[in-house]
Design a protein around this ligand. Sequence first.
Ligand SMILES: Nc1nc2c(ncn2[C@@H]2O[C@H](COP(=O)(O)OP(=O)(O)OP(=O)(O)O)[C@@H](O)[C@H]2O)c(=O)[nH]1
Ligand SMILES: [Zn+2]
Length: 329
Amino acid sequence: MAKKETKAGSLGTVIAAHGRHYLVQADDIKLHCVTRGKKSDVAVGDVVEYQLTSKNQGVIEAITPRQTLLYRSDQYKSKMLAANLTQLVVVVATEPSFSDDLISRALVASESSGIKAHIILNKIDVTESLPKARERVGLYAKLGYPVHEVSVTGMPDSTRSTLMNLLQGQSTILIGQSGMGKSSLINLIIPDAEIATREISAALDTGKHTTTFTRLFQMDAYQGQATSVIDSPGFQEFGLHHLSEGMLERAFPEFLPYLGNCKFYNCHHHAEPSCAVTAAIKSGEISTMRHDLFKQLVHEAAHHRGIKCVDHYSAERLRIRVSLIDTGK
Ligand SMILES: Nc1nc2c(ncn2[C@@H]2O[C@H](COP(=O)(O)OP(=O)(O)OP(=O)(O)O)[C@@H](O)[C@H]2O)c(=O)[nH]1
Ligand SMILES: [Zn+2]
């Protein structure tokens, strides 16, 4: 393979991050890289320019323009989950019970970052819990998010082909609560995933906490399109404090037909008279659960105004938009 280079240095993809230490896949080698100074704005999935400092170490000099950037944030800071994703896949299962709150937050994050979202319903071999789980994911299917039913242990072959169809040519992040079978899915499609994770963990000296970092697996390209899967550590919370009210209302696809039809142009869709969104809840077009989450997210974000990462976030979105214009997309 020809070595990819720019004037500033060689190019590689960040496949794992731990603190300010990064593992960069450059052609066939993995380099342990650091950034200059205190900079830590590198995300897994970034394509970076680096300079070699020794045989397997380097310094990241620059991040090439990102196509997308997925964030989550709490009241103190925003955290970049992954860069250059094309899709997000939420993994849920028939059991243990999954959280609608976490699914919807992940979907809102994907909408606001311009990333497609899918849902995988795993463990459909657990037939007692299947009807209820199907009914619950049906809400998301109605909103337009494709739902794929699989069973890693019950139907490994068809599960593998469903996954390969979904993943090929894409850069995908898998998100799921603990116990949904995310690791089982990864092991099914990437047989040496555990070995790779141990290697990454040793290279970045992450200690015993091997599952607490995000890592990217590069798979065989599909029709010339790079294919990669990012496994994110299971998390209980998915804060979206960086999203403004305007961004939030547009991240709920079921609200879109009603926006602009409220009596007040600056309607918060809360308790205002003649609100088209609350009318749609009454007529059953919008679910109360999703509207409650919308109000909760607006409430959380309201506590966040003025914190630096809002500017950082807006600047990044502008940068992505400019780079899309530059590349003519
Ligand atoms: N019945 C059934 N069990 C499954 C299936 N897939 C995974 N499991 C089981 O579910 C449990 C959790 O699977 P994991 O792959 O560890 O789940 P995870 O989402 O990675 O969870 P963490 O490792 O806690 O983040 C394990 O005992 C698996 O064997 C399935 O299709 N059917
Ligand atoms: Zn309204």
